[in-house]
Write a new protein. Structure first.
Length: 149
């Protein structure tokens, strides 16, 4: 079977009973993404929340990561960069194997606890188009935030 798009658990966390993203209903667009560990986010603080998963997809696809709608309403957390973009060449990069992480900000006044395997985001695979005369040939050099290196 040819792998076209999907999720895998990163090798470093293969034995940690993590859950792979799934759609919860037949009409759901997004795959629910969970935290790989228990986390505490203090009021007015930013936290880097790892998931322990990676995504593979076709070269002309992207995985867009959105916060779950309940995240801000129930937990007073927002995703700092609002929509995360996971490029196809992020998969298995040498820095972090392509592990997806989220940066969350606690805008509330209470300490927030996130539990291991708690769903915090959703990912949607999308095809994208390239502009005429696009000649970008740069190869990814690393993981999270590596495009400008």
């Amino acid at each position: 079977m040819i792998k076209r798009r999907g999720f895998e658990i990163c090798e470093a966390y293969i034995n940690e009973n993590l859950i792979l993203p799934v759609r919860k209903t037949k009409a759901s667009a997004g795959y629910d993404i969970a935290s790989r560990q228990d986390m505490i986010i203090e009021p007015k603080a930013i936290a880097f929340v790892p998931t322990g998963i990676k995504a593979y997809m076709q070269e002309d696809e992207v995985l867009q990561i959105y916060p779950r709608s309940s995240l801000s309403f129930k937990k007073h957390l927002i995703k700092v960069n609002s929509v995360g973009i996971i490029d196809s060449d992020y998969y298995n990069n040498p820095d972090n194997e392509g592990e997806i992480s989220l940066i969350l900000y606690n805008f509330g006044n209470e300490t927030i606890k996130i539990k291991k395997n708690e769903r915090i985001a959703q990912g949607i695979f999308i095809k994208y188009l390239k502009a005429d005369k696009d000649n970008t040939l740069t190869k990814r050099l690393g993981g999270f935030g590596s495009t400008d290196k």
